[in-house]
Every structure is written in structure tokens, then in C-alpha cells.
Design a protein around this ligand. Structure first.
Ligand code: NAD
Length: 251
């Protein structure tokens, strides 16, 4: 079984790589950054690719699938620009930053899915998992001290891009179903590592006050749900986005 994890060098992507490798997958990582040695040791190969380009996405899928098929694609790459650990106000978001956020969080996922589709093995539990975010439903928080809107550090561009990715996940699920390929998402809440680890301490305290389980999640807790979604146990699940957020966002 072969898997491709984009963003596999990041904190959550590394945990997903480890989970898939433990489940018997031969995992390729596609990332701008090299994986840490312990993660590189679990992955079969690393592709240094910017998957926002057609060429990068094609190369990543080709390397992961080799001459054969791909069983799993996990899109875990992402960017969330912040200003000193807080959300950048909408009026301060430069067009260039907006476009980069959409290129990484949405376009790259479209491109890797498009490249992977012909390689995903029909009727062999092949599936795609996109890593979305709780903020896809929440939108950006209000200004400091506001009583409306949940506190979190994500800018409006990040939130909008994750909402677009959630929608793309549902569209892909419907289209791929006829080929026996499933497509789902996970929506992590506040994971206190990776991009979450750059959050301002005051914002973090307010944010965790909104989480019923009263703590941040871990990359392993997200990876466990990804592991379930790609497994035969989830064979009747497609077009689903599972919140992994300690109860933060109500359905
Ligand atoms: N950490 C959290 O609290 C949190 C919460 C909700 C959702 N998420 C989502 O989880 C995913 C992983 O986040 P993380 O916290 O591990 O962040 P991270 O920054 O540790 O990992 C992101 C990875 O994406 C890679 N990447 C960025 N642009 C790329 C490109 N163009 N081509 C290839 N690779 C690229 C980066 O090099 C990095 O390794 C992201 O999609 C993020 O939006 C994270």
C-alpha cells in the first residue's frame, strides 16, 4: 500500500506519516522542508516539491506511486500567517499574502488530488484525506476583547481557504464515489504544535477556555482519526469532515 502525505515534514504531517507507516503503508512525503531525521526514517521517500505548482504536484504523485498505484493521499500542507502570534486584521492582509494562503491551502490540494485521481486504486479502499480546520466553520475571531466570535489566531484568509478546502473535499467525494474512491477531511481545533505553537499566550488562554476538554490537542490525536478514515473501518464514509477539536465547534 502506497501513500503520499503533502506537508509530511510538518508537525501534524509527521504524525500522520508515522501512523500510516505503522499501518503498513509505504509513505512518500512531499514538502518544501526536509523531514526531521526520525520522520525521514519512517518515510520511504521525500520529495522536495512546492505542490502549489502543476509540476510539483505531478512530481510528488509520480514519486509516491512509482510505476503503479497510490492507495492514500493526505493533504496536510498549510500556511497560516500571523502577526506576533495573533490574527492579522482583514484590513492589513496584502493581496500577495492572500494569494499565497489560497495557493497552499486550496490550489495545492486541488492539484495533488487531480494528479492522484488516475492513480488511486478503484475498489481497493483507496481514499483521500484533506486536513481542514475548525476555523472553516468559525471564520476569524472578532477584535481583542470582543464578546462575539470565538478567540483564535487565524486570519480571515486562512479561515476562508479552509472553508474552500472543506467544500472541495465534498465535491471530490461525490465525483470519486463512482470510481470507488472515498474522500474525507479532518478539522483539527487547536493543536499546540506546528502552526498552533506560534499563538500568542493570551489568545491561547482565551481559546482554550472555549474548548470543553480544556486543553489543546496533539498531532497524534489528529493522525489517529486520519488512520481511521483511510482504514476499511471507514469504508462507508465519504464526504465527511470530522472535527478533532475537543468539542470546540458545535455541529
Ligand atoms: N496546528 C494547528 O493548531 C492546526 C489546527 C487546524 C488545522 N491545522 C492544519 O493542519 C495542517 C498541518 O499543520 P501543522 O500545525 O502541522 O503546521 P506545520 O507548519 O508544522 O506544517 C505545514 C507543512 O506544510 C509545508 N508546506 C507549506 N507550503 C508548502 C508547499 N507549497 N508545498 C509543500 N509543502 C508545503 C510546510 O513546509 C510544513 O512542513 C495544515 O493544513 C494546517 O492548516 C493545524
Amino acid at each position: 500500500m502506497r501513500a503520499l502525505v503533502t506537508g509530511g515534514s510538518g508537525h501534524i504531517g509527521a504524525a500522520i506519516t508515522a501512523r500510516l507507516a505503522a499501518g503498513g503503508y509505504t509513505v512518500a512525503i512531499a514538502d518544501l522542508a526536509e523531514p526531521a531525521p526520525e520522520v525521514a526514517g519512517l518515510a520511504d521517500r521525500y520529495v522536495a516539491a512546492d505542490v502549489t505548482s502543476e509540476q510539483g504536484a505531478r512530481e510528488a504523485v509520480q514519486v509516491a506511486a512509482g510505476a503503479g498505484h497510490l492507495d492514500v493521499l493526505v493533504n496536510c500542507l498549510g500556511v497560516s500567517p500571523k502577526k506576533n502570534g495573533r490574527k492579522r486584521p482583514l484590513g492589513e492582509i496584502a493581496l500577495e499574502e492572500w494569494e499565497r494562503v489560497f495557493a497552499v491551502n486550496v490550489t495545492a490540494c486541488f492539484l495533488t488530488m487531480r494528479e492522484a485521481m488516475p492513480r488511486l486504486r478503484p475498489h481497493a479502499n483507496a481514499s483521500i484525506v484533506n486536513v481542514v480546520s475548525a476555523v472553516a466553520k468559525l471564520g476569524a475571531a472578532g477584535p481583542d476583547g470582543a464578546t462575539y466570535g470565538p478567540a483564535h489566531p487565524s486570519g480571515a484568509h486562512y479561515c476562508a481557504s479552509k472553508a474552500a478546502l472543506a467544500n472541495l473535499t465534498v465535491s471530490a467525494a461525490r465525483e470519486l464515489a463512482q470510481h470507488g474512491v472515498r474522500c474525507n477531511g479532518v478539522a483539527p481545533g487547536y493543536i499546540g504544535s506546528g502552526m498552533g505553537g506560534t499563538t500568542d499566550a493570551t489568545v491561547e488562554t482565551r481559546l482554550l477556555g472555549q474548548v470543553p476538554l480544556s486543553r489543546s490537542g496533539t498531532a497524534d490525536e489528529v493522525a489517529a482519526v486520519v488512520g481511521f478514515l483511510v482504514s476499511p473501518d471507514a469504508s462507508y464514509l465519504t464526504g465527511e469532515i470530522i472535527d478533532v477539536d475537543g468539542g470546540w465547534v458545535p455541529d
